[in-house]
Design a protein around this ligand. Sequence first.
Ligand code: SAH
Ligand code: F3S
Length: 491
Amino acid sequence: MPSVYIKTYGCQMNVRDSEAVAAQLLARGYTLATSEDQADIVLLNTCSVRDHAEQTALNKMRSLAADLRRTGREVILGFLGCMAQSRGEELLQQLPAVDLVLGTQKLHRTADYLDELLRGVRTKVVDTRPEPGSESAIREHLAAADGSAPVTAYVSIMQGCNQHCTFCIVPQTRGPERSRPISDIVAECRQLAARGVKEIMLLGQIVTSYGRRPGLNGRPGWLGAGEAWPQPQTVSGSELSPFVRLLEAVHTIDGIERIRFTAPHPKGYGDDLIHAYGRLPKLVESAHVPVQSGSNRILKLMRRGYTRERFLEIIRKLRAVQPGIGLSTDIIVGFPGETEEDFQQTLALCQEVEFDQVFLFKYSPRRNTPAASMPDALPPTVIEERHARAAELINAIARRRYAAMVGKTVQILVEGPSKKNPHRMMGRTRCNKIVVFEGSPRHRGQLMDVRIVRAGSYTLYGDPAIVGLVPEEPPLPGADKRDKVSHPVVL
Ligand code: SAH
Ligand code: F3S
């Protein structure tokens, strides 16, 4: 059977989509090639969020096409995902060597279309039409290379976004919000747990809006067909949102030790979700709260739907519930009309919050978005210069926060060999910090306590803490007990 190589650009949602496509192709008898040079089919799963991501994939395809012309090899070339969705047919005109262009709601049809191309039933396929129910089609998972289950599994809970931030192309590429039923998601997580998965990462473009839009027949979007209409549920005076109901449902699954999610929107951090951090022990102490800017004027132009003050209130409340919580954010510098004063407010917000990690982006105009035609676009030199200043501050703060972990004993979930040094193992703290330590592949999938001995750049180095031999560290002020619970470790 033909072999396929899939290259993925962009976010975790794309990684998940590629995994589901690969699993689907394997089930059809295709094999997975380890490099593009050996493959009969090369698929690029693309990202559109910034121009740079699109150009990288376009250049890659150009160079693949040039190689094929030179060598005369017959290889099927395809674009999948966000750029395929937003550019469609136009990609074939730009790159005539491309055979397949499949949008974000058509990924589950990849095997069908490849079959048709291979049999010569068609010579080109472009399909970017919406497909009702496609949000539930991303469900197959792959085993690791050695056949074992992954430690962490990504589970797609919804597709699309209705927020329409003025800079963002995602609502165009991923379509409107569509959620899978809770019962469906739980069934998938149970199967994963049965295969040995320890951690679930719930994924979607705006997961905190999970289930908010009506599903088919006007029923709640998170209710399966034939399931009884649910009663409102209230905990500590807050009515639970569908997303928190989903967290509770996944929380009941035996074998799942940790739950994470991405990507959320600040407006989704209502009291119900904030309290969930205090009452659901498997929900790790880590929150991504994408602020984008510290200036109310810019937040309004971005149509983000919150103010700087409301954002800071969310952070205060999260830290009141979990003082040691790991906090990350997304920031865009150089949005049209951003003044030095607006930028200073973003820097001041970073100083005030002290994020553990910031994903910092230079504003990139996207087609058919309101921001792309706003006045006062900034010159690239100003954007570069602000980016460098922001990066310096953000890295200095992160260095301090990482250094403050030295000497502490923390629980990690061991994911596998370290990417930089495969002779060492790597795990993640509940607060989402990477810890590298001397271990063996036997530790994979284990929860273990390590004592942090050194901090590098966005990496901690640890020593496995042998229970009873390591003196107890004084707790972080108000730190949750779970960080210090010892787990038996096979050494
Ligand atoms: N909720 C989404 C956000 C999509 S994009 C998700 O993660 O799937 C991720 C981040 O990219 C955004 O939070 C924003 O900081 C950045 N981004 C989006 N559009 C951008 C643009 N036009 N220019 C620069 N950065 C952008
Ligand atoms: Fe994009 Fe805003 Fe949605 S950043 S994905 S439109 S929440």
